[in-house]
Design a protein around this ligand. Structure first.
Ligand SMILES: Nc1ccn([C@@H]2O[C@H](COP(=O)(O)OP(=O)(O)OP(=O)(O)O)[C@@H](O)[C@H]2O)c(=O)n1
Ligand SMILES: C[C@](O)(CO)[C@H](O)COP(=O)(O)O
Length: 237
């Protein structure tokens, strides 16, 4: 009998949101009647093919446990690290240590807690990537003209041909992503997403066209935009 793949979500929420400069980490800011991280977790909780969700928290985080979602039996939490990549590794290692050896392959979908507008239909489209050894990610093509800056002046215009903006979730075979992130860490390669680590070991992840609404909450103005998209999506879809 064919072995059944298992899909785990790793939602990284151990950042302090310095660019947001709010009174708390941005993943706990109020948004459309909930807080940011509750929206970011919702698509995974509504998803029947996700085996479990590991939320990666700052060691001193005392906010997450106050949320009802923290008591969901599919949700687990682990302390993160000093970088996003380290936090992802903490989540992956928890799965390896606690989820037992699956009869089939295990896959990780790594998602930013700072992306509360992920659409269910876009999440579902990532599942097919499991058949591709190199995994993949949600992304959207660049539509602006891109300039490289030098001393507040245009240094050069960069062609936007074939350029995409990476989003999350990013889906990879779990043990391969662990290997890739460990190689990146040991070689001093600072990666800002998980696909970069996979690329560094020779993978060519698939780009799955996502939605422009899947924004990352980074600066204060992003919250109003996220509220617009969530209200337009009817809260979830
Ligand atoms: N050491 C870190 C740093 C970031 N993240 C998470 O990675 C995601 C994307 O990172 P980013 O948007 O940069 O969040 P922050 O690091 O909190 O923001 P900033 O860079 O403005 O401080 C966020 O959900 C954040 O919580 C994490 O889990 N562990
Ligand atoms: C992972 C990511 O969201 C893909 O665009 C992005 O790299 C995160 O960057 P951040 O500086 O950690 O927010």
């Amino acid at each position: 009998m064919a072995s059944t793949p298992r899909y785990w979500a790793v939602v990284v929420a151990a950042g302090n949101g310095s660019r947001m400069a709010a009174d708390r980490p941005k993943q706990y800011l109020p948004l459309a009647g909930r807080c940011v991280i509750e929206w970011s977790l919702a698509p995974f909780l509504d998803c029947d093919w996700i085996a479990g969700i590991v939320v990666v928290l700052a060691a001193a985080d005392c906010e997450f446990a106050k949320l009802p979602v923290s008591r969901d039996d599919r949700v687990f939490s682990v302390d993160g690290g000093a970088s996003r990549a380290e936090s992802v590794l903490c989540g992956l290692r928890w799965i390896e240590a606690n989820a037992g050896k699956a009869d089939g392959r295990s896959y990780a979908l790594v998602h930013d807690a700072a992306r509360p507008c992920l659409r269910q239909q876009d999440l579902d489209r990532l599942r097919d990537l499991a058949s591709n050894a190199d995994g993949g990610l949600l992304a959207v093509p660049v539509t602006d003209t891109l300039k490289r800056e030098a001393q507040s002046r245009v240094d050069e215009t960069i062609s936007r041909d074939a350029l995409w903006r990476a989003q999350t979730p990013q889906l990879f075979e779990l043990s391969r992503l662990v290997q890739a992130l460990e190689v990146a860490a040991s070689s001093g390669l600072a990666v800002t997403d998980d696909a970069s680590a996979m690329e560094a070991i020779g993978a060519r992840p698939h780009l799955v066209r996502g939605s422009g609404s899947n924004i990352k909450i980074t600066h204060a103005e992003d919250l109003a935009l996220a509220e617009f998209w969530l209200n337009r999506q009817g809260g979830s879809d």
